[in-house]
Structure formats: C-alpha cells, structure tokens
Design a protein around this ligand. Structure first.
Ligand SMILES: [Cu+2]
Length: 309
C-alpha cells in the first residue's frame, strides 16, 4: 500500500478521538478485568499496554448480538434485494423489555450499519423509533448474501455506547467478492479521496483523508451528523467494528471544512480492514471505501495473538 508514513508519537497523546463504541481503550491502565467487563467501554487513556492484554481481553465492538444484558433482536427475517422493504428490530434491555430511551450521539439515537459479510454493500442509515421500542426503516440491499447489521447506540442513563451485531440474510445466489486490494485512493461520484497514514495495531493511528472533486481540493464540506466525516472500519474476517469520529468539530475555530479530515483510529490487531468514510458535499452524503492493512504490531508481540479467541 505504498510507502508507509511514519506516525509521530504525538498521536498517542490524543485520546479523545475514540468512539465509545470501540472499547479497547478500557484495557489500558490499572483497571482490572472485572471493571472492564461491567463498564464495557471507556475512552480512558491508552498506550502500548492495550496490545498486551491476554486471555479475557476486551472483545471489539460489533462481534456480539448481546452484551451487558442488551440484545439486538431483528424482527425481519431477511433483507430485500433491490426494492426496499421494511427492516425492523428492537434492542432488548437487561430487563428483557425493548429499550425506548436513548441518548443522542451525533444527531441520532441509533446508527445502523448494514454490510455484506464480504464487506461490500455498505450502508449507514438511521431508522425511526416507535413508541414501543421498535426500530424500522425501508431497506434494500444491492445483492443477495449474508449481511451483518450493526446497531450503534447508547441507552439512556448508560455512560457508554454499545454496538451489537447480527447476521441477516438476503436470500438468493450469493457470489462473494474478494476484498479489494489495499489502496490509498478511492473514487466515488467524481470525488477522489486520498488516505495518508497507517493503521498500527494497538496504537492510536493518525489517518488523514483528503477530498478532491475533479482534481480540485474540496474546501466546503458540509457537516454531516455533527462532523465533517464519519469513519467506520471493519476488520476483514470477522467484521469487528470501529466507528471513529474526526479530530475537531465544525465551528470549533480550528477545524477546516476540507479538504482534509483527520481521524485517530486504533485497530485491535494486524490484518486487513475496510474503511468507509461518509462525507457530505453539495447536499449529498457519499461514502468512499478503502482497504487498509494494519502492519506489524507496534507495541508488543501479543497484539497479534488473537488465535485463542
Ligand atoms: Cu449514523
């Protein structure tokens, strides 16, 4: 994937960039494992110690249908190919009842990510909540196959967010696509997005995405859900989920509306990841996709030792 760019250690000091949905940060520092289990996520300080977690280490977000008593319950047995059909689900709380109270995060009470198991067909949508706790949205997927749906939300009164994942099929002939090769450029609707920076397992990694249209830098990005960009990363192989928000916010006096959007992301292991950048320009939201490879672990050798999980 081109010449790797060295990350300065300055990136390690910036810890506020993690979505609460991604909890490896809770492994750092003195917190014992029981605390990590019950509080699930923390944006607390992290350093190389993150990678040193052994058995019992925190499970990345999105891999479980239930966590901390909350359960994602799809009510629709399948996704529709081509023509939108209602897709409904609910989040059951620790008492078993559907959760009806949520804390808004980035303008929405719940973010729904839909992607096929081969990492194609990514969608980031926002269902509507009914009074009884049922979420629903008209949804169509582009092709048949096994899909993963991620609900990224924070129940009211809970300090941290959760991301639960469930498999839902789109019946038909599944023709999986190989993961596209790693690349530093992506194109979508005449926009070219360039990725700088490298994913370093177990370390905060600065990623800068530069957006151009027809060869000219885009400097009038529009805020979308309270930010100039939203980045979701999914790990190839198991679809571990990271939702990363950019460094800085629109209107904070130091964040430009492009052409660059900077993120700090921490991936839990080496391997391949698919990155999905949502950005808004000229009134439309578009998604640029990249494959990126997280290389040799920066901190400790155990960062790659996930084989026992
Ligand atoms: Cu969203």
């Amino acid at each position: 994937m081109g010449t790797p760019l060295k990350l300065g250690s300055f990136a390690l000091g910036l810890v506020f960039v993690f979505s609460a949905a991604f909890g490896l940060g809770s492994l750092a520092g003195p917190a014992d494992s029981a605390t990590a289990t019950t509080t699930a996520h923390s944006d607390g300080g992290h350093d190389g110690a993150v990678a040193a977690a052994g058995p019992g280490e925190h499970v990345p977000a999105g891999l479980q249908i239930t966590q901390d008593g909350y359960q994602l319950q799809p009510l629709s047995p399948a996704l529709a190919v081509g023509r939108p059909q209602p897709f409904a689900f609910r989040i059951a709380g620790p008492d078993g009842a559907p959760v009806t109270g949520y804390t808004t995060s980035h303008d929405k009470d719940l973010h729904l990510i839909v992607v096929r198991r081969d990492l194609s067909g990514f969608q980031h949508v926002h269902p509507a909540l009914a009074a009884d706790g049922t979420w629903s949205i008209p949804l169509a997927v582009p092709a048949a196959g096994q899909y993963r749906v991620f609900a990224d939300f924070r129940p009211a009164g809970r300090a941290e967010g959760l991301t639960l994942g469930a498999d839902v099929p789109a019946p038909g002939d599944y023709r999986p696509r190989p993961l596209p090769a790693a690349s530093r450029t992506a194109t979508v609707d005449g926009y070219t997005v360039t990725l700088e920076g490298d994913l370093v397992p177990g370390a905060s990694s600065k990623l800068t995405l530069s957006i151009a249209k027809d060869g000219a830098p885009v400097t009038d990005l529009q805020p979308y859900l309270g930010a100039y960009g939203h980045l979701v990363a999914l790990r190839a192989g198991d679809l571990a989920y990271l939702h990363v928000h950019p460094d800085g916010a629109p209107g904070d006096g130091r964040t430009a509306a492009g052409p660059q959007v900077t993120f700090y992301a921490e991936v839990p292991s080496s391997g391949s990841y698919r990155l999905y950048l949502d950005f808004q320009h000229a009134g439309r939201v578009r998604t640029a996709e990249f494959t990126a490879t997280a290389g040799t672990p920066a901190a400790t050798p155990s960062a790659t030792d996930h084989s026992h999980e």
